[in-house]
Design a protein around this ligand. Structure first.
Ligand code: NAP
Ligand code: G3H
Length: 502
């Protein structure tokens, strides 16, 4: 049984180090990235701004340790992941508090993020034990006999680069690390520069749980400075990235032939038919649009109501939105700060554009520090930026529609294709609309969301490439290896067919 973790090298006001080959190191750049609390602008700590030379070294270390880790029996890797999960759970309060402060996530959601990550580690360990190969006999094709057979099993890809976003910096790096390690890869992780502190604790957790030095490594630094270098490095064998569509598309251009798993932005639309259950719909929309102040890829980002329900829906959504608590994330307020004042300016620009073009303000449009009050806009039309751009903030546009066909058209015109929602009691119609929507997942009578984490999770168009979810991520981070046996016919037993007498 492992004792409590020693997090003493990671304290407020300290310069956090990066983690390479089992050691915590300072960058030779002497350059530090400040991590501020977005709620009160207090400096929490600094992280190292690593150089390209350090990126090169860390990738080489991970590359040199591929064989060591691949040789570890699968059941031992699973034990290590399970132990890591236990350590996360033990430290969830402490890590949750840090996460709350570095990204402004409500405290209970921040603690849940740690626990959810631990659950992903456990489920990934369990799921990987079920992975099996297959044997195929050759005689399905003319000219081939049963003596030719292929044996297929899965092998790791090599070094996996895991890059996470600011909004789930622990969970969306953890959900990459777990399948990468279980599949036998070594890992280089780069956390976001706003929100790197909690994710750096993976170094302590995985080391304590038994991951050998060099198998798991963390580099910190600005994406704009070392990102391209990491992504295009010849010793990186696979990239698993979550972040904006802009960054993801750029990475895809420079990554060459490396396999990619990209989870990118979204503009999830909720189509509300006249017969929708009002209470269920309102609850889903308010929580879907405004939890973590709208900073979720799967937030409800547009509502398309039919004429028979639009007025009462908008009134009720506004009424419920006005009840949302606003303020300090430590006190579990639903609406807290956005990640930066730059992001607030962007969101305000979307609101201003819509209001200038005739949208009707139902509530919100107020700003204090990095907090933007939850804002509802009615009568939004397709000429307004908010109809198409991802705010990543607490703004919800209502675009009134007259038919399901119009809703499908507006939904599909988006450059994004993460999830879609349909609220109705007519399940046949919901299924038919679902078939027309160009998105990864359609939720019927529920808000868009990623979990549970064994479900497939994917986006079409600018929303991503490849499929996440425990089983799918394990597949993406490994490849089939095929051995074809050409057996000798010498030892073949000739069996004659028995033809029954008539
Ligand atoms: P971002 O600005 O694209 O950054 C994401 C990560 O990429 C950060 O670690 C960033 O590092 C790094 N990065 C930046 N430039 C890079 C480069 N040239 N090469 C390699 N890495 C680079 O995204 P974000 O603002 O953190 O996250 C918000 C976006 O992510 C939203 O669009 C949201 O919808 C999307 N998202 C999608 C999902 C999903 O599952 N589909 C989940 C969560 C978030 P630095 O921080 O150092 O710049
Ligand atoms: O921000 C994007 C996340 O993948 C959303 O996850 O739906 O569980 O909040 P969630």
């Amino acid at each position: 049984m492992i004792n409590n973790l020693d997090f003493s090298i990671m304290k407020d006001g300290k310069d956090y180090k990066y983690y390479s080959n089992g050691k915590w190191r300072k960058s030779t750049s002497g350059d530090l990235i400040q991590v501020y609390n977005p709620y009160n602008n207090e400096l929490i700590a600094n992280v190292q701004a690593c150089t390209m030379e350090e990126a090169d070294k860390i990738i080489k270390v991970a590359h040199e340790n591929i064989d060591c880790w691949e040789e570890f029996p699968l059941n031992k890797r699973a034990e290590i992941l399970n132990e890591s999960a236990n350590l996360m759970i033990k430290s969830s309060e402490k890590l949750g508090h840090l996460l709350m402060r570095e990204i402004g996530k409500p405290l209970n959601s921040a603690i849940s993020e740690i626990i959810r990550t631990a659950e992903i580690f456990k489920a990934t360990a369990e799921s990987s034990l079920q992975i099996s190969g297959e044997t195929i006999i050759g005689d399905a094709f003319e000219g081939y006999s049963k003596e030719k057979l292929s044996i297929t099993y899965r092998v790791p890809l090599g070094v996996v680069l895991c890059i996470g976003p600011f909004n789930y910096p622990f969970n969306l790096t953890g959900s990459k690390i777990a399948p990468a390690l279980m599949a036998g890869n070594s890992v280089v992780m780069k956390p976001p520069s706003q929100g790197p502190l909690t994710a750096l604790h993976f170094g302590i957790i995985l080391e304590k749980a038994g991951v050998p030095p060099g198998v798991f490594n963390i580099i910190t630094g600005r994406g704009s400075e070392i990102g391209d270098y990491l992504v295009s490095h010849p010793l990186i064998d696979m990239i698993n990235f979550t972040g904006s569509s802009e960054t993801g598309k750029f990475l895809a251009k420079i990554a060459g032939m490396k396999p990619l798993l990209l989870e990118l932005g979204g503009k999830d639309a909720a189509i509300i038919l006249d017969d929708a259950d009002l209470d269920i719909t309102v609850k889903a929309i308010v929580s879907g649009a405004f939890s973590f102040s709208g900073q979720r890829c799967t937030a409800v980002k547009r509502v398309l109501p039919m004429p028979g329900i639009a007025d009462k829906l908008i009134e009720k959504v506004t009424k419920e939105t006005l009840k949302l608590t606003i303020g300090d994330p430590a006190k579990n307020n639903i609406i807290g700060p956005l990640i930066s004042s730059k992001q607030c300016d962007y969101v305000q620009g979307l609101i201003d554009d819509a209001l200038e073009k005739g949208a009707v303000l139902k509530c919100g449009n107020k700003r204090e520090g990095n907090i933007i009050w939850p804002t509802i806009l009615d009568n939004v039309n397709v000429d307004m930026r908010i109809a198409w751009e991802e705010p990543f903030g607490p703004v919800l546009p209502f675009i009134r529609i007259n038919s399901a066909e119009q809703a499908i058209k507006i939904s599909n015109k988006s450059e994004y294709g993460l999830q879609g929602m349909i609220f109705t009691e007519n399940i046949d119609l919901a299924f038919n609309i679902a078939q027309e929507l160009e998105v990864g997942t359609i939720q019927v009578n529920g808000k868009s969301s990623r979990g549970p984490d064994h479900f497939p999770f994917l986006g079409t168009k600018s929303s991503g490439l490849g499929t996440q979810g425990i089983k799918y991520a394990l597949e993406s981070m490994s490849r089939p290896k095929v051995v074809v046996m050409n057996l000798s016919e010498k030892g073949k037993l000739i069996k004659e067919c028995f033809v029954p007498e008539k």
